[in-house]
Design a protein around this ligand. Sequence first.
Ligand SMILES: Nc1ncnc2c1ncn2[C@@H]1O[C@H](COP(=O)(O)OP(=O)(O)OP(=O)(O)O)[C@@H](O)[C@H]1O
Length: 284
Amino acid sequence: MKDDAMSTGELTMTATQAGAGAGGADDGPIATARGLVKVYGRGQTQVRALDEVDVDLGRGELTAIMGPSGSGKSTLMHCLAGLDKPTDGTVVVDGEVVSAMSERQLTRLRRTRIGFIFQAFNLVPTLTALENITLPLDIARRPVDRAYLDAVVEAVGLADRLTHKPSELSGGQQQRVACARALVSRPSVVFADEPTGNLDSTSSGEVLGFLRRSVDELGQSVVMVTHDPAAASWAHRVLFLADGRLVGEIVDPTQSAVLDALGELSARGAGRRRAAAADAGAKR
Ligand SMILES: Nc1ncnc2c1ncn2[C@@H]1O[C@H](COP(=O)(O)OP(=O)(O)OP(=O)(O)O)[C@@H](O)[C@H]1O
């Protein structure tokens, strides 16, 4: 564990830094962004949500994305996952150039190559836990790999809850069903947006433990946006965004190292806002 591993200043991460996953030809990062720009709106209301982001996300790693509110975390994840189109730059997921895809290709990519976990569990209330887990495969008319399903159900600790409806499960159990659903189709990468945002600390630990095991034991690659330093400490690597730029990372994070890094970012932001206010005052 490294308490002092926060790299400050602008970063350009390389494939060798990030690619700690499986061996052979699949040794490269699971997802990369180069020169990623996302601009919302125009004129005076224009927001540059992502400002030339270069990043490699490790294959077979759990990566957390953190940063102050409005720093561009969700925008980055949505652009990486093909949910949003970048204004400029390139996104590649598992060898496929996502940023060049048509809407139809993006729909296919999201259905077949990417798993999603959201803060709201988004389970179908009328289906059992098992039916919810296999739903993406059923919709895609793909066969269920029984052995892998069993491995996922075992890892998520839901074997005795499979016939229950979501309303008969705790929040943590529901989110574990959502995790199993994201994993059962063996996606190239799972994107999780605040997966523990609605959970108490015990349930959060169960979900994060599962996400980490899905990486360590099932070889999955997971990218998670979180505000919670405790959640981020489960990751192999934490990336920090500020004002749409990647400004630092911690490898093998501890909760206290993440807290320190967030404190530093917040102090930097306050300093910048003071300087901008003084600048604006001087011009008046
Ligand atoms: N659809 C949109 N239209 C206009 N501006 C947007 C849109 N989505 C995001 N933004 C703006 O882009 C910037 C980055 O937003 P984003 O949601 O990516 O930040 P975030 O770091 O995920 O924030 P939070 O932690 O509060 O969820 C913010 O200034 C936000 O207001």
